[in-house]
Design a protein around this ligand. Sequence first.
Ligand code: FES
Length: 183
Amino acid sequence: MFISKLSKLGACTVQKYIKAAPMDSMSRKAHFSLGEYQNSLALMLKRFSTTAADNAFEKKDEEQKRISVTFVDQDGDEKHIKVPVGMSMLEAAHENDVELEGACEASLACSTCHVIVMDVDYYNKLEEPTDEENDMLDLAFGLSETSRLGCQIIANPDIDGIRLAIPSATRNFAVDGYKPKPH
Ligand code: FES
């Protein structure tokens, strides 16, 4: 809006100047150079306005590809983060210093990334857990009706606003000989 007004103002000013100028040989030269100036100004403003619009669009597009997620820790403290679509909740937690374990690094060999989806409506929006996830969840400490493994919840627009509670404890042990790395 501002750029469009600026552009109109610039064009009007130049046009007024051109009309006021007498058309002798000197002023024809001035008229010519003013015409060029007017074109350059219009081009410059157009480029500027296009770039600004593109940037705004890209920024909006970027935001649309992220969802809001809230982690609630054992003390009830909340951490609100933005998670790119396609990223797991485990990765998102680690990128944002949320204390969620992930001993097997998402290979479905532990239950340390156990989270509880706080709103059943969001839980129902998630894809069904696989048998492997259910097997690991059976071993999770403090299992609830809306428990999931954080590494298996992938950000998508349907779960924008999801709230995940981190249980007060996890069971961390090797499964099938898996040796978690220190973390
Ligand atoms: Fe081990 Fe999720 S990190 S199952």
